[in-house]
Design a protein around this ligand. Structure first.
Ligand SMILES: Cc1ncc(COP(=O)(O)O)c(C=O)c1O
Length: 334
């Protein structure tokens, strides 16, 4: 994390005997300034997971449905079922959101359409022109939730100007997090930007004091530390390029990534490779839980970690293949 955020946590610890600011006013004011929106457009959450949970709690009832791609960050699909609503999981188009198919799955009982841009677990994004066309065709009774957890890692052509849509009064909510490019996953801070009436609805749908004092202080400092963010994004870009160049050289298929991870297609060996990597102390996500038995998803780390991953992968692929099916391994999808 940013050294400034770390200092802010230490300083805030002295005040942590009292309750946090339940409105997260300092953090929301800073985000509002940063994004050029009103403070009433911003909700702070205990990570963006908290915001996603609140969306379900505030909006979903029996008989409603939620439309999202089959392979997406799966928290909203869990929350949808929790509140008795129907999940409409749409097939992707070669591991990219098929926005046309998403539109086709919407009906009168659709409350939320969710797209993660860039997408987790594939790391893909969509062309901006396709996104604009999609937004212009969305029926007005549907809330479009754009989860931009990995936005900072994406190339400029994948910035979809989603905050502008909210300024225009569109029924859109943008969800973001400090867990990824800001390196504050263990601290828990995220936020939503949306229309004031939607934000007010989410504000009452959570537990009191859910964003703790240390998280508010760290997130505020993180917003200000632009150098740290720029360095992180640049390091990630370089490491992602190096990893993908290695995969290209070795003829290993992967999905081009706009994030800080890469989904790699290892065919029927994926499960065996995951187990072999674990023996080397390298933990990657096997995507069998998504029904993607052939894929692993590896998060980029420091240059040393990435070299260690490549070495362990090379060793694992050199091992005789026992033919154990990847589907034999039990994994959860997150
Ligand atoms: C697309 C996406 N959204 C949201 C989250 C949740 O992040 P957090 O609750 O740490 O903010 C994740 C975490 O992996 C994610 O991949």
């Amino acid at each position: 994390m940013s050294p400034a955020a770390e200092r802010a946590i230490v300083e805030a610890a002295a005040a942590a005997c009292g309750y946090p600011d339940d409105q997260s006013l300092g953090l929301r004011r800073k985000l509002a300034e940063e994004l050029d929106v009103d403070i009433d457009n911003v909700l702070a959450g205990n990570g963006s997971s908290d915001v996603i949970y609140r969306l379900g709690a505030a909006m979903l009832e029996l008989g409603d449905n939620v439309v999202m791609s089959k392979y997406s960050f799966n928290l909203l699909s869990i929350v949808t079922k929790m509140f008795g609503s129907e999940l409409r999981a749409v097939e992707m188009d070669r591991y990219h959101h098929d926005l046309q198919a998403v539109l086709g799955a919407i009906d009168d009982r659709t409350k939320i359409v969710y797209v993660d841009l860039p997408n987790n677990p594939m790391g893909s994004d969509v062309a901006d022109a396709d996104f604009r066309r999609f937004v212009s065709r969305l029926p007005s009774h549907v809330l479009l939730v754009v989860d931009e957890a990995y936005l900072e890692f994406a190339d400029p052509e994948y910035r979809h100007g989603t905050i502008d849509l909210i300024r225009e009064g569109r029924n859109v909510m943008v969800v973001r997090t400090f867990s990824k490019s800001h390196g504050l996953a263990g601290v828990r801070a995220g936020y939503a930007v949306g229309l004031p009436e939607m934000i007010a609805g989410l504000a009452v749908a959570g537990l009191p004091f859910s964003v703790n004092t240390l998280a508010q202080a760290a997130a505020e400092a993180a917003v200000d530390d632009k150098d740290f963010l720029a360095r992180t994004v640049e390091l990630n870009r370089r490491e992602r390029e190096a990893l993908c160049a290695h995969l290209d050289r070795e003829g290993i298929a992967y999905v081009p990534s706009q994030t800080n991870f890469v989904a790699i297609d290892l065919g029927s060996r994926a499960g065996a490779v995951v187990r072999s990597l674990e023996q080397s102390g390298v933990i990657v996500r096997h995507l069998a839980g998504y029904g993607l038995e052939n894929f692993i998803r590896v998060s980029l780390g420091t240059p040393e970690m990435n070299v260690r991953f490549i070495d362990a992968l090379t060793r694992a692929l050199g091992e005789p293949f026992s033919g154990i099916a990847a589907a034999d391994v039990e994994v959860d999808a997150r």
